[in-house]
Design a binder for this molecule. Structure first.
Ligand code: GDP
Ligand code: GDP
Length: 438
């Protein structure tokens, strides 16, 4: 089931980053071996009561002349409208109602998306409450007063936000067609791949200015089976500064990956694998999705008998945090190995939903433990009581031990490798939860 997406929109300095950090708190996922994706805090996983959602900050606008601010805010708002299930529209009680607020409010209202009007910097209800009422003029409902910096009113605000999430039962996807997200840097060939697969031009490939659509879904049939392809190509404005473009491309990637079962990370063979590819791949990895690395434009490079091995080595090195991912060398232009892409998607989905019986699993783990002693500290040795698989997508295992502190990352890796040797799980990450049992 994909998590709802919540976006924060607002003028510079109203407190978007402060609110984002207050909400993300410790939930912000910083995974050490995933390069720089989350450190810049563009998105975070948040839980409130029994609701989990992905928070995105569309921000990144530098205060400048007011007409530039407005046009950038409109773009921000458009990104939010395209990608979010609920929008938090943040205003500042101290600056009061501004012209840009009203204009953006009009735009948000027309989108018919749920918008929560949040008035920030209400550090004292007594002192500022009278000023909050002014924001009724925006015509987007009751203003919710908060103070992001002193974390006041945050709970009430979140209650409002989660009210607009789809019902859990509804959100449970009845559609069992595999969902495949095609992600990658601009110009690696994402749209070309989807076009070639679908055999028609349903996806816009050209550089049409003002294309702000987010992911475009395409229904593709192969071997009598239907797949939904989520293409993240689209917004490609030449006038954008690089950082902004990258921010938006990350937001689009996160929201597309969120909805997908399998993520195809497209790399440009002509450019080689880069850090930016690693960032994008890291998003899918963190979310535990099935992953296929597709090196596209394979037709366009000079090859000898070593090229494929050399390229594979470089990909493995740059994407070392996901050794489980399959690598395919394809061409959207010639269609080379595109059938193989479908076979691989099927295999990855199978592995994402594979369940291993506890008995067999524990035989493997017992054997692994016998072969390599668990770590010990100050005379106390780690004991593994048993292991059981508790979930799929991604396959998730709970390891019951005598003392959590004794479990090293490297030993988990060792056990993971043993489990993979026996059961494969190609193309999917595995998740391990360590629990103590006295
Ligand atoms: P952004 O540009 O919208 O991301 O705004 P920031 O989060 O960077 O905040 C802008 C300024 O407002 C910073 O100086 C914050 O410390 C301040 N600020 C944020 N939230 C509050 C609040 O609840 N109360 C007060 N008094 N100041 C706040
Ligand atoms: P996107 O931004 O990732 O969607 O990339 P596009 O699909 O728009 O492709 C960007 C450019 O790369 C276009 O000029 C395509 O014609 C070209 N391209 C895409 N796939 C291939 C391929 O397999 N081989 C070659 N030679 N060019 C390709």
């Amino acid at each position: 089931m994909s998590k709802p997406v919540v976006a924060i929109v607002g003028r510079p300095n109203v407190g978007k980053s402060t609110l984002f950090n207050a909400l993300a708190g410790e939930n912000i996922s910083i995974i050490k071996d995933t390069p720089g994706v989350t450190r810049d805090r563009i998105y975070a996983d948040v839980t409130w009561l029994d609701h989990a959602f992905t928070l995105i900050d569309t921000g990144g606008i530098e205060p400048d002349s007011s007409d530039i601010i407005l046009s950038q805010m409109r773009e921000q708002a458009q990104i939010a409208i395209d990608t979010a299930d609920v929008i938090i529209f943040l205003v500042d009680v101290r600056q009061g109602l501004q012209d840009a607020d009203s204009k953006v409010a009009d735009m948000l209202r027309r989108s018919h998306k749920p918008v929560i009007l949040v008035v920030n910097k209400v550090d004292s209800f007594q002192k500022f409450m009278a000023d909050v009422y002014e924001f009724y003029n925006l015509g987007i409902g009751d203003p919710v007063p908060v103070s992001a910096s002193s974390r006041l009113g945050i709970g009430d605000m979140l209650d409002e936000v989660v009210k607009h999430f789809p019902e859990k039962a509804e959100a449970q996807d009845e559609d069992d067609r595999p969902k495949v997200a095609i992600v990658g840097k601009p110009n690696v060939g994402k749209s070309s791949i989807v076009n070639k697969l679908s055999g028609n031009n349903r996806v816009i490939v050209s550089d049409i200015a003002g294309t702000t659509r987010d992911a475009i879904d395409t229904d593709i049939r192969w071997n009598g089976k239907e797949y939904i392809f989520i293409d993240t190509a689209g917004l490609r404005r030449k006038n954008k500064i690089k950082e902004e473009l990258e921010r938006y491309s990350i937001i689009r990637t996160v929201t597309a990956v969120e909805r997908a079962d399998v993520v195809v990370v497209v790399i440009d063979a002509k450019e080689g694998v880069t850090e930016q590819d690693a960032k994008i791949a890291g998003i899918a990895h963190e979310r535990g999705k099935g992953i296929i690395i597709a090196v596209n434009k394979w037709d366009a490079i000079e090859k000898n008998d070593k090229t494929i091995y050399e390229f594979t080595r470089k990909v493995r090195e740059t994407l070392s945090f996901m050794p489980y991912a399959e690598i395919l060398f394809i061409s959207a232009v010639s269609g080379q190995r595109l059938p193989k892409l479908f076979e691989t998607i099927d295999m990855v989905i199978e592995n994402q939903t594979l369940r291993v019986q506890t008995g067999v699993l524990n035989e493997i783990v017992t054997e692994a433990v016998a072969m390599q002693q668990p770590p010990s500290d100050k005379g106390k040795r780690l004991k593994i009581f048993y292991v059981t698989q508790v979930a799929v997508k991604p396959p998730t295992f709970v390891i019951f031990v005598n003392d959590k502190e004794l479990m090293h990352f490297s030993y988990v890796r060792y056990l993971e490798n043993k489990i993979r040797e026996s059961f494969g799980f190609k193309g999917t990450s595995l998740k391990f939860i360590i629990r103590e049992r006295k």
